[in-house]
Design a protein around this ligand. Sequence first.
Ligand SMILES: Nc1ncnc2c1ncn2[C@@H]1O[C@H](COP(=O)(O)OP(=O)(O)OP(=O)(O)O)[C@@H](O)[C@H]1O
Ligand SMILES: [Mg+2]
Length: 351
Amino acid sequence: MAFGKKDHLIGLDIGSGSIKAAEIVETKHGGTLKNFGMIDIAHGAIEEGTINNPETVAESLQQLFKSSGFNENNVAVSIGGYSVIVKKIVVQTMAEEQLQETIHFEAEQYIPFDISDVNLDFQILGESESNPNQMNVFLVAAKKEMLDDYINLMNLAGLNPCIIDVESFALQNSFEASYDAQNQDVALIDIGASKTSLNILKNAASVFMRDVSLGCGQINQKIMSLIECSFEEAEQLKYGNTPDKLSPDDLKGIVSSVVADWCTEIRRALDFFYSTYPDDQIKRIILSGGGANIAEFRKLLATEASTEVEIINPFQNFHIENKKLDDAFIKQVAPQAAICMGLAMRKVGDK
Ligand SMILES: Nc1ncnc2c1ncn2[C@@H]1O[C@H](COP(=O)(O)OP(=O)(O)OP(=O)(O)O)[C@@H](O)[C@H]1O
Ligand SMILES: [Mg+2]
């Protein structure tokens, strides 16, 4: 048991809508959620993973740490969006050290940016299904500028970024801690405020990943173009509590058209998967992110994809120790907490 062991860190998911933070420790009950907190950030300060306004975001981070009572500086953060590229590639079988040396050469053809502008990382997945002399490799490329921006942001907020992970990996990590994905195909879909990530797992291994620029902010944009209002006002109006300003019919029309758009894009990704694995059937879609809360979306997706659609519960295998985190609150934040929980499970010194 690891009482008092100081290798744990705080998982930080810095989204364009809000920052989510979680802290997990080992206790006699096993993995224990010690703390969780969330804070909204000013609209526009972060867009699709790019930090436009570091001072504002750093202030929100400090405020979150103070108001939620986090007192650890070591953090694991994640990056996502179009500046991060995750791709499964096939290369000649070789040792990890050798691939380390040649990865730049291998990667060049897959990266739409200048190779000298990116940091590369990879993970060997195993022998290729079609050729025993080749192996599957997950290639991860992130713009150096973006990594620098995240490191600067952490420094500005007085935090120590021990791990910078990829959002989709963190989500997968979170899913694996709470679900058994052996012998089935599962799609993990995170719909945030400005981006959506899709990850299809076959027998618990990822075979397809894609990030697209869709998100709940589209609802705000449509409200703003229908009635003149700010993004923040639209954020209030979208919950339907002010029918005198935005009629229930208009709101319903907007939500329906946005979720139909999401379902089209998701169908496209699933069709791509089925064209590679024609004998497979994805039976479960697990949703996370704020978009998972939209019932109409879950219903439409279940029909269109002919699958079960459920909302992730990243807390289900964790003991909860903090009295502030009651059942109702935990249930409400569960879909948005998935990524930061996946990050909070990492340890100082992990690769
Ligand atoms: N019940 C709901 N109905 C409609 N929208 C909702 C609901 N709950 C949350 N949202 C929306 O979800 C979004 C926030 O989700 P999330 O926290 O996953 O995004 P984020 O991580 O901050 O953004 P991103 O990952 O895209 O940068 C907001 O746009 C919010 O309005
Ligand atoms: Mg997000």
